[in-house]
Write a protein that binds this ligand. Structure first.
Ligand code: SF4
Length: 228
């Protein structure tokens, strides 16, 4: 096991001890309940990540260099961005959205929304790079989806933003093209969800930049953070 995994396992162990000690405190002490619940969610996230890091459930594990799990704020972030899958640079660095499309998303977060990358959560539907950046196949999405579902439940974002039709389809089963469904609020397991364009699409179609930005501003309005 790598040093990073060892460190994460130790954090998970300490969180479990924290949960156990919090559980031992009488339930009439309300301020400790959210702390225990939060610690449990953090522990769940670490455990899901550990499972994903050694996953061989679909053929994508054969060609990956890294499992790209997710980065950013894992404690009720304002936004969780969900893309399709890692590209070459993401596969190399083990971090989502660090290539050209990632630079565009980062600029939107930092310059447009006035947030830091670490203020939000960023992940993908599949955690391993599809060869030649092809769209993940249905069986690959089906194999990987439980990781995404578990990480969103653990992170508890205030809003989910799906980037591109494949991410939207994976979470909600929506079949429509992104130009038709973007900008209209939906829901996943009670979380408000806004579908919009994938940054890679915007790099190829400059006309998508304006609606992409409109969608993000609508998200900020929903969050009451439009003037931040
Ligand atoms: S893409 Fe997902 S399901 Fe497939 S090997 Fe990677 S982590 Fe496992």
């Amino acid at each position: 096991m790598s040093q990073a995994l060892n460190e994460r396992a130790e954090i998970a162990r300490q969180l479990r001890l924290h949960i156990q000690s919090a559980d031992a405190i009488p339930v009439s002490n309300p301020p400790l309940q959210p702390v225990a619940a939060r610690a449990e969610e953090e522990s769940d996230l670490l455990s899901v990540e550990q499972d994903a890091l050694s996953c061989t459930k679909c053929r994508l594990h054969e060609t990956r260099s890294s499992v790209v799990f997710g980065v950013g704020c894992s404690d009720r972030p304002p936004i969780a961005f969900v893309g399709e899958g890692p590209g070459a640079e993401e596969d190399r660095q083990g971090e989502p959205f660090v290539g050209r499309a990632g630079a565009l998303l980062t600029a939107a977060i930092t310059k447009g929304l006035n947030l830091k990358r670490e203020d939000v959560y960023i992940c993908n539907v599949v955690k391993c790079r599809p060869p030649e950046n092809r769209t993940p196949l249905p069986d690959e999405v089906a194999s990987c989806l439980p990781y995404l579902q578990a990480q969103l439940r653990a992170v508890q974002p205030r809003v989910i933003v799906t980037l591109g039709a494949p991410a939207q389809k994976a979470l909600t089963g929506e079949q429509g093209g992104i130009t038709k469904i973007r900008g209209v609020w939906q829901e996943w397991e009670g979380f408000p969800l806004m579908p919009t364009f994938h940054p890679a699409y915007i790099l190829r179609n400059a006309s998508a930049k304006r609606p992409f930005w409109d969608d993000l501003q609508e998200v900020m309005r929903h969050l009451g953070m439009e003037n931040k």
